[in-house]
Design a protein around this ligand. Structure first.
Ligand code: SF4
Ligand code: SF4
Length: 137
């Protein structure tokens, strides 16, 4: 009997404590500012220097450039930009070396899918991933 009362006391005490669990996924978890999440890509800022692809330790960035449509302008503009999230380790190196901040980290982390093919994200997808962009890097 005493044990039951003790147990009930612990239960009642826990009920008034602040919850440490979240109602995920209904209540999304907010990640800290320095969290390394899925990248956002801005094609307007990309100068096709290839530094991100070169430094990537897992070779998961594939990009191609094309001639600038304006004949008076030198250099290339980006044509395709893909990241394979099957092997991206979200190490942050690509964003660190990018001279124009065309590729930046966000604090987004949801990549779960039923198909491995869907882990290939192209330029359009990465561009639209524009929420929770990490600032101050
Ligand atoms: S975060 Fe790391 S592994 Fe992923 S694309 Fe960038 S450099 Fe490659
Ligand atoms: S490092 Fe930046 S500017 Fe250079 S190709 Fe990569 S995304 Fe574009």
């Amino acid at each position: 009997m005493l044990g039951m009362v003790k147990g009930l006391g612990i239960t009642l005490k826990s009920m008034t404590k602040k919850k440490v669990t979240y109602q995920y996924p209904d209540q999304p978890l907010k990640m800290p500012e320095r969290f390394r999440g899925i990248q956002h890509f801005d094609p307007e800022k990309c100068i096709v220097c290839n530094q991100c692809a070169r430094i990537c330790p897992t070779d998961c960035i594939t990009l191609t450039g094309k001639k600038h449509p304006d004949p008076n302008k030198k250099g290339k503009i980006i044509d395709t930009y893909d990241i394979n999230f099957e092997i991206c380790i979200l190490c942050d190196l690509c964003t660190e070396v990018c001279p124009t901040e065309a590729i930046v980290m966000t604090t987004n982390y949801e990549l779960a899918t039923y198909s491995r093919d869907e882990l290939f994200k192209n330029l359009e997808w990465l561009h639209e991933n524009d929420q929770n962009i990490r600032g101050g890097s």
